[in-house]
Design a protein around this ligand. Structure first.
Ligand SMILES: Cc1cc2nc3c(=O)[nH]c(=O)nc-3n(C[C@H](O)[C@H](O)[C@H](O)COP(=O)(O)OP(=O)(O)OC[C@H]3O[C@@H](n4cnc5c(N)ncnc54)[C@H](O)[C@@H]3O)c2cc1C
Length: 376
């Protein structure tokens, strides 16, 4: 039977980054995922400056930035008009390309292409059964399986849905918007249930991500599928003035967002990271913050855990109780709730907050782009 220090199940960003970092520290790691080359799925497509810094602390920023596109300037539109133009340090990147860039740092023999069929966990050694029939023994199993539930249930771990109202991310390419600025355009009214559409470059593509609090099977979604540009402009009539005569090219990808948190995860032998632990709303852009924080905090603990016998909960609980991880998870939950209320809550408090944001941005813009140049 093959033996490893650590078996990581799931080779999205969380699993691949953890495998790269642990291998670099000299551990014998196996990464299990069905995809030999990560597919071009619609998931995170932007790296914030904070996320790039986190990748840097993991030694993974260079390969990621080599396949990313800098977004040097960003325009912000509210109520249909540009209210702020500012320098920007985000990067556009396809999720598949990001995962592949991270995987390029794995030592040979780390990646096992194939689905894991079952896990047997204990306070000492763990067994990972592959769909191919092989069994791997490992001291520690890390579940980085995103939203997949089937391996967790037999371990007594559930992913509990925590939001009743629907949310969806829609990804599509724009044509004819060449030369237009990178843009984040907020929804006009709470009735639209729209957070924002953000338009940015990935290589030569002009990419758009629309974040909306609707379900895929409702009437609005059917109309959007039939006429994406028409529905977008009906909801955001200022877009053509800013982007020019754009069209939507190809078929938009609509991804409903499932919000879950794991329950029963405090157990021997197995630890959950990234979306397997909990998901957040992509509107706030905190999903990758969580992934990278989990990887950084766990990677610092695992060598110490392996240096002593056993892999019981008393060791693993340190990860879940880590103050930095907990603060990151708390912030992600708060940002998720805030973004939804900002987009959909008609209450007076939220009306005031939207008003404050609009005018703060106008003021910042005036100071930066009109007042300061005059003074200098
Ligand atoms: C549409 C969308 C837009 C987003 N936009 C943003 C954004 O702008 N900013 C941001 O910060 N976050 C964003 N997010 C969130 C972010 O993408 C996720 O938090 C992050 O990608 C999760 O990574 P992960 O590695 O935990 O899970 P995943 O990337 O989902 O990886 C899970 C892996 O587990 C594998 N797996 C599952 N079951 C098995 C099995 N039995 N055996 C082997 N392998 C298995 C799967 O094949 C998959 O490769 C977005 C999410 C979505 C859905």
């Amino acid at each position: 039977m093959e033996r490893r220090d650590v078996a990581i199940v799931g080779g999205g960003l969380a699993g691949s980054a953890l495998a790269a970092v642990l291998s670099r520290s000299g551990l014998d790691v196996g990464l299990h995922d069905p995809h030999a080359a990560y597919p071009d799925v619609f998931q995170a497509e932007k790296l914030t400056a904070r996320q790039i810094a986190a990748l840097g602390r993991l030694g993974l920023d260079r390969p990621a930035l080599a396949v990313a596109t800098a977004i040097d300037e960003l325009w912000i539109a509210r109520s249909g008009r540009v209210v702020e133009r500012r320098a920007n340090r985000e990067h556009g990147i396809g999720y598949g390309a990001l995962v592949e860039a991270v995987r390029s740092q794995l030592p040979a023999g780390t990646m096992h292409v194939g689905r894991v069929a079952a896990i047997e966990a204990s306070d000492d050694r763990q067994r990972v059964r592959l769909a191919s029939g092989e069994t791997i023994e490992a001291r520690l199993v890390v579940m980085a399986t995103g939203s997949a539930r089937n391996l967790l249930a037999p371990l007594g771990i559930t992913l509990q849905d925590v939001a009743s109202a629907p949310a969806m991310a829609i990804g599509f390419d724009l044509a004819g918007a060449n030369g237009a600025p990178a843009l984040t355009y907020f929804g006009h009214s709470t009735g639209d249930r729209t957070a924002y559409v953000t338009v940015f470059p990935i290589g030569e593509r002009s990419r758009a991500n629309l974040f909306i609090y609707r379900a895929r099977d409702e009437e609005w979604s059917r109309r959007f599928r039939a006429d994406p540009r028409g529905e977008l402009v009906a909801m955001m009539p200022g877009l053509p003035d800013i982007l020019g005569a754009f069209t939507v090219s190809g078929v938009p990808v609509m991804r409903p967002i499932r919000f879950h948190e794991s329950r029963g995860h405090r157990r021997d032998g197995v630890v959950l990271v990234g979306d397997a632990f909990a998901t957040t709303c992509p509107t706030g852009g905190t999903g990758l913050d969580k992934v990278l924080t989990d990887v950084e905090r766990l990677a610092a603990m695992v060598p110490g855990w392996l240096a002593t016998p056993g892999m019981g909960l008393s060791k693993l609980a340190r990860f879940y109780d880590d103050p930095v991880k907990r603060a990151c998870d708390r912030n992600a939950r708060a940002v998720t709730a805030y973004a939804r209320s900002m987009a959909t809550d008609p209450g007076a408090l939220w009306v005031l907050r939207r008003f404050r944001n609009l005018h703060a941005q106008k003021l910042r813009n005036w100071l930066r782009n009109e007042m300061l140049p005059r003074l200098s």
